[in-house]
Design a protein around this ligand. Structure first.
Ligand code: ADP
Ligand code: MN
Ligand code: MN
Ligand code: MN
Length: 376
């Protein structure tokens, strides 16, 4: 008999999930660590009498040991968790909640790896432009031994071609995980806009958006958390590495779609073009902060542009930025920044785009904060 896959017994959990909890509600606090990993821990919330629905104001500031997550030195290790957004919990269900938290140092200042704080200031300043984002999160599934899921042991599948939006055994793997994730996102109130199988087998994509300003980073972070949690149930790993396999296999990105109120208004195409000129002027800074190992992906092949030079074009999937054909025809709409890698911090990317196309906020410099976070 084959050994049990870790996580494969979670169906037994169903026997316990509807046990009454004597009025207690569980809040799972989720945060981003010092290495773009996601961490979480649970807290029991007790209220006098029954609570109808937990809201943000019911949630206390909490803390954790930052020396165990790469976020603080051992001699000053407490990091505070400040709740910033709340979602229905698709795992525990009922009144239980998932809480996204920002990390603060114990003096109340934002932690070195907390890019959300600055990102929020940027979109707060430019809130009149109601910036919409939509991120296409690509990812790759691995088995317990870090092999790409379902690939022949010691070999390769047939070359790319039949897998993108593929249907049928041998073309796609783990559609169960993808659909479980889709339902979990919808249940929790994430603006998931779709899913599709990608060009490389066992690579998939989900899209989150449109989301206004800071909500883009929040919703994408929670959607990533759900994906890791769900893959646990199936004994499968998720990697957001931008080039999980060298060679003639597609990499994984986070295409970032962007529009401001004036881009969506009549004649907005010229606003888009003006914004792209500004974006191009800061190409090097954007590229540096658009994901680690992104140079392995942005080669100018496999539907990417080279990272050396900024380019944009209508319907061009080989440019840094694509203006969709429909946008050119309607003379308004949005653009797609194709440069970000699948392992980006979404607050860094949306914040940088906001600064570059809408303008800087006093005391905030996302590029500088990113570069500083890489220093010891
Ligand atoms: P692609 O054709 O590049 O594969 P997708 O359909 O995968 O595009 O994703 C497009 C993303 O763009 C979605 O997340 C969608 O919500 C988002 N989007 C659509 N319209 C806008 C807009 N006006 N502004 C910003 N994002 C948008
Ligand atoms: Mn897509
Ligand atoms: Mn894609
Ligand atoms: Mn795209």
């Amino acid at each position: 008999m084959e050994a049990l896959v870790p996580g494969s017994q979670t169906s037994s959990l169903l026997r316990y999930l509807d046990l009454p909890t004597n009025g207690a509600v569980i809040a799972e606090y989720v945060w981003i660590d010092g290495n773009l990993g996601i961490r979480s821990k649970a807290k029991t919330l007790c209220y006098k009498g029954e609570i109808e629905e937990v809201t943000l104001k019911d949630l206390p500031i909490w803390n954790f040991d930052g020396s165990s997550t790469g976020q603080a030195p051992g001699d000053n290790s407490d990091i505070l968790l400040k709740p910033v957004s709340i979602y229905k919990d698709p795992f525990r269900r009922g009144k239980h909640v998932i809480v996204l938290a920002e990390c603060l140092n114990n003096d109340g200042t934002p932690n070195k790896y907390n890019f959300r704080h600055d990102c929020e200031l940027i979109f707060e300043k430019h809130k009149d432009e109601v910036t919409w984002f939509g991120i296409e999160q690509e990812y790759t599934l691995l088995d317990q031994f870090n092999h790409i899921y379902g690939w022949p042991k010691g070999g390769f599948p047939e070359p790319q071609g039949p897998y993108y939006c593929g249907v049928g055994t041998g073309k796609v793997n783990c559609r169960d995980i993808v659909d479980a994730h889709y339902f979990a996102c919808l249940y929790a109130g994430i603006n998931i806009s779709g899913v599709n199988a990608e060009v490389m087998p066992s690579q998939w994509e989900f899209q989150v958006g449109p989301c206004v300003g800071i909500e883009m980073g929040d919703q994408l972070t929670i959607a990533r958390y759900f994906l890791h949690r769900i893959a646990e149930d199936f004994g499968v790993k998720v990697t957001f590495h931008p080039k999980p396999l060298k060679g003639d296999w597609n990499g994984a990105g986070c295409h970032t779609n962007v529009s401001t109120a004036s881009m969506r208004a009549e004649g907005g195409l010229k606003v888009i073009e003006a914004a792209l000129e500004k974006l191009g002027a800061r190409h090097a800074q954007h590229i540096e902060a658009y994901g680690e190992d992104n140079h392995e992906r942005l080669t100018g092949r496999h539907e990417t542009a080279s990272m050396e030079k900024f380019s944009y074009g209508v319907a061009n999937r080989g440019a840094s930025v694509r203006i969709p054909r429909s946008v050119a025809l309607e003379n308004k709409g949005y653009f797609e920044d194709r440069r970000p890698a699948s392992n980006i911090d979404p607050y860094v990317v949306t914040g940088l785009i906001g600064e570059s196309i809408l303008g800087f906020v006093d005391g905030v410099d996302m590029y500088k904060k990113y570069v500083d976070s890489k220093k010891e």
